[in-house]
Design a protein around this ligand. Structure first.
Ligand code: PLP
Length: 374
């Protein structure tokens, strides 16, 4: 098939990023070094906390962070079944067991009021996911975590720049994790970051990402891994970070255009308005398909849009119903009914910072055509 005329996401790479990459290539310092440290410092400053540790992907960052906290075999980690599968895979690959808690239908995020009843003697951590850039009510999550002395690792991979009560997502828990894959609002092509206020956690992450060698002396202190980010990627990230506020503003504008353009299409339910104190970092434009209105199904709409050059996606399949999760943990349909319902009804529409108003209007018009509504 040809490239879609309106892709689901498109990286925003400008001349500055290209110049920064070329300058790293000319410098000879391609791998770990000052450029990576500079990216970490810039990121910590932007978020308003002390430490940032760059790694080669968001999934690596989640997994490494759990390892560095000592979460592993025999432990349980509470998380959301409605997420990109990376958040649960990181728990499984750390050797721990993911324990899912169902979501709130309005925000698609883990429901904090259901967390406490999922806590057991083996629970070590909570891993909330800020899905589609919308903040989880972290105050409530932190209250439960404190009462039960649990670690909190925030998956803010889709929520770079989102805030809650003026405070960035990713900075509420013991650690937060970001991802820089090409469909994320800030991209380094591939990459990820762990952020924290805790010096010992940051130091352990730095050591484990580089074979377990001590920084400075180079001695091998423990068995580690190879999860470094390159200077080339860090250089891209530093430029992207300077442009992030503008990019987030543009994304909000695209979301506003969608709200206007889609307002009157019958089976489409728009995202619920943000709550007080929330600022959303729009990742895609998620709509819900009302099943009580007679209309073509979601699958027909996805293929209809594709035939018209518009990419859309079913985000996300319920993680607990993915075959390896069913097999290992015995999950069955009906275990997390809100997640399953939302998963059946949700459709992610294209959203990227350079998306023009007429592209948004074209998506709305094509939806109307497929649905035969005017
Ligand atoms: C993108 C993403 C990740 C990490 O993805 P990588 O491809 O490993 O960088 C983790 N969790 C969520 C929710 C994501 O959207």
């Amino acid at each position: 098939m040809n490239e879609p005329s309106v892709p689901l996401a498109r990286p925003d790479i400008g001349e500055e990023e290209i110049a920064a990459a070329v300058s790293v290539l000319r410098s000879g310092g391609l791998s770990h070094g000052p450029e990576v440290e500079g990216f970490e410092t810039d990121m910590a400053k932007y978020l308003g906390l002390e430490y940032a540790v760059a790694v080669n992907s968001g999934t690596s960052a989640l997994w490494l962070c759990l390892k560095a906290l000592g979460v592993g075999a025999g432990d349980e980690v509470i998380t959301s079944p409605f997420s990109f599968v990376a958040s649960a895979n990181a728990i499984v690959n750390a050797g721990a067991t993911p324990v899912f808690v169902d979501i709130e239908p309005d925000t698609f995020n883990i429901d904090p009021s259901r967390i406490e009843s999922a806590i057991g003697p083996r629970t070590r951590a909570i891993l909330p996911v800020h899905v589609f850039g919308r903040p989880v009510p972290m105050g409530d999550v932190m209250d439960v975590a404190r009462r039960h002395r649990l670690f909190v690792v925030e998956d803010a991979c889709e929520a770079m720049g989102a805030r809650l009560e003026g405070r960035h997502t990713g900075t509420w828990g013991d650690a937060g994790v970001f991802a820089f894959y090409a469909n994320k609002p800030l991209t380094t092509a591939e990459g990820g970051m762990i952020v924290t206020r805790e010096a010992t956690l940051a130091e352990r992450c730095r050591r484990l990402r580089n074979q377990g060698r001590c920084r400075g002396c180079g001695d091998l202190l423990e068995f580690g891994y190879s999860l470094r980010l390159s200077a080339l990627q860090a250089a891209l990230g530093r430029v992207q970070l300077t442009r992030l506020p503008q990019s987030l503003r543009r994304r909000s504008k695209v979301a506003r255009h969608y709200l206007e353009a889609l307002g009157d299409i019958d089976p489409v339910r728009l995202p619920t308005p943000r709550r007080d104190g929330e600022s959303v970092a729009w990742f895609t434009f998620p709509v819900r398909w009302r099943r009580d209105v007679p209309a073509p199904g979601r699958g027909t709409v996805i293929s209809g849009l594709r035939a018209r050059g518009i990419e859309s996606a079913r985000y996300f399949p319920p993680i607990h119903l993915e075959p390896p999760y069913r097999e290992r943990f015995g999950y069955r349909p009906g275990d997390y009914p809100v997640t399953e319902a939302i998963s059946d009804e949700s459709l992610a529409l294209p959203l990227f910072s350079a998306m023009a108003r007429d592209q948004v209007e074209r998506v709305a018009e094509m939806l109307r055509e497929i649905l035969e509504v005017r």
